[in-house]
Design a protein around this ligand. Structure first.
Ligand code: MG
Length: 163
């Protein structure tokens, strides 16, 4: 029996602005700027949600949780992640693993990586060993490197739930 039957890819980018809460992978980070968006703009969880939905063949985050729907104004992306994992489970899939790369020039994210991993595991309903979080800078180049934005990439492996 294969451990992973399908994989899905996710990507997201949000702008930074002063006076917003910074929440990355469901972990609040004390920082003078935060990400701008209709929801809490958690760029890492948005990439993860797209990877889960993509692996399950369930479209994308914009279809599942439309930003035209006032329900999702200032939405907790952690709750949306739980819902995406539930959607995949109802379609017959369990998360085998999730791997994320967060692209942020500042602040240094290494002190938060374990908390992010634990939080994502809880949201997906899997053991932390199935989750990996990486953080990178963009070496001062482009919109991430200048501090204009943060971005994230995620890949998720799903295994078919077999009776
Ligand atoms: Mg987003």
């Amino acid at each position: 029996m294969a451990e992973v039957d399908r994989v899905g890819l996710g990507y997201d980018l949000h702008r930074l602005a002063a006076g917003r809460r910074l929440v990355l992978a469901g972990v609040a980070i004390d920082w003078p700027e935060g990400l701008v968006g209709h929801s809490d703009a958690d760029v890492a969880l948005h990439a993860l949600i797209d990877a889960v939905l993509g692996a399950a063949g369930l479209g994308d985050i914009g279809e599942a949780f439309p930003d035209t729907d006032p329900t999702y104004k200032d939405a907790d992306s952690g709750e949306l992640t739980r819902q995406a994992a539930d959607m995949a489970a109802h379609a017959g899939w369990r998360v085998a693993n999730a791997d994320l790369t967060i692209r942020a020039e500042r602040p240094k994210l290494s002190p938060y990586k374990q908390a992010m991993r634990d939080r994502i595991a809880d949201l997906l309903g899997v053991e932390p060993e199935r989750v990996n979080v990486k953080a990178k800078t963009d070496e001062g180049t482009g919109p991430v490197g200048s501090g204009e934005a943060m971005a994230a990439m995620a890949i998720v492996g799903l295994a078919k739930l077999r009776p």
